[in-house]
Ligand binder design. Structure first.
Ligand code: FAD
Length: 324
């Protein structure tokens, strides 16, 4: 069965949105790239079960269809040619926050749906004087994407406060409650697989002073606006910081601030942010990342690892021309 036919099956069995050849660019902060073959915006878990069942009915071919969970698209670059398979983006029904019975003494538990924007969660906690999520106020991702990436800033990261994560497995059609030791958290990564969709996450926070929490959030926002080009098209830090070093500083010391390929350039404000200008292609960002990586390796012997995720196919162009 083609994905077009699968879309018809899904349209008859889900209440959420189903589209074919659906443009993903506007669902990402880079605003680049082509369409996905099939797009599902589930309204609830039943829609995810329907997707899993439809794939199951296709037998081994269903198991091979690539699945991509997409959140607020703030850590990804979609290929200009688009991507094969199915993109699943949890809809507004997965955006909610509530306080729950605390499981640990002295802590307050807060549960948020996976499509909740991180700044909204941070502000919700801030209004209640709850400590632990202040750094999220200036990360433009969703709870699901943050769990998958173990997002963090200002010395904190998701794994520091998360207690329990509900994950839907598209292969087994089950919801599992996962604790941090089973999520394989490390610097900007977890071991969640492509077919494991985060549905919600429970955080353990500390009751504190509202003004202090708000002051910390203000400091995070101020730091961002002074040091990062947040308003432009980008996906945050391009490279992970290597042990004991700053990726941005290495790129800057290699003399690459402001360098460009096509419509992509290294930010002049912060060298670990790459900006896409009007008319840029996803391939430009890909080429710039590879050229910068090669120059830093050549100059300092340090191999940078991208933090942003490239989705789909890109050309390897070792000689892409860089404008200083
Ligand atoms: C201006 C700017 C500043 C940023 N600053 C920071 C920062 O300080 N710290 C930081 O860590 N990051 C930062 N980022 C990167 C990004 O915001 C985070 O990685 C964020 O957690 C990604 O969330 P998302 O919802 O946008 O995920 P997406 O970009 O949509 O996806 C990222 C990954 O998560 C997966 N995913 C998304 N949703 C789900 C889900 N429900 N279930 C399972 N997997 C899922 C995707 O498949 C993909 O692998 C920044 C980005 C920008 C644009």
């Amino acid at each position: 069965m083609s994905l077009g036919a699968l879309a018809e099956v899904l349209r008859a069995s889900v209440t959420g949105r189903v589209e074919t050849d659906f443009p993903l660019a506007r669902l990402t902060t880079y605003k680049l790239g082509g369409p996905v073959e099939l797009y599902l915006e589930p309204d609830g878990i039943d829609d995810l079960v329907a997707l899993g069942k439809s794939l199951e009915e296709l037998g081994s071919a269903g198991g091979r269809v690539p699945i991509l969970a997409i959140g607020r698209g703030s850590n990804v670059v979609v290929s200009d040619a688009g991507i094969a398979g199915i993109a699943v983006r949890l809809g507004p029904k997965f955006s909610w926050i509530k306080q729950a019975e605390s499981t640990l003494p002295g802590s307050v538990s807060v549960i948020a749906g996976a499509s909740t924007p991180l700044p909204q969660l941070a502000n919700w906690a801030g209004r209640r004087g709850l400590e632990g999520l202040e750094y999220m106020v200036s990360i433009p991702g969703s709870v699901g994407g943050a769990v998958r990436m173990n997002a963090g800033a200002h010395g904190s990261e998701v794994q520091g406060a998360v207690e329990l994560v509900a994950v839907f497995d598209i292969d087994t059609l089950t919801v599992e409650e996962r604790t941090p030791p089973t999520l394989g958290f490390a610097y900007r990564r977890s071991t969640l697989g492509e077919k494991e969709i985060v549905l919600e996450a429970r955080f353990s926070l500390k009751a504190g002073d509202r003004d202090t929490v708000r002051a910390r959030m203000d400091a995070c926002r101020r730091h961002r606006s002074e040091t990062q080009p947040g308003a432009l098209q980008n996906a945050g830090s391009v490279f992970k910081n290597p042990p004991g070093a700053s990726a941005g500083r290495l790129v800057e010391e290699a003399g690459l601030k402001g360098s460009r390929i096509g419509g992509a350039s290294v930010s002049t404000l912060h060298a670990n942010f790459f900006i896409a200008a009007e008319g840029a292609r996803a391939q430009d960002v890909y080429d710039l990342v590879n050229v910068v990586k090669a120059r830093v390796l050549e100059r300092f012997g340090v191999e940078l690892t991208p933090e942003i995720r490239f989705l789909g196919e890109f050309e390897e162009r070792a000689n892409a021309e860089v404008t200083p």
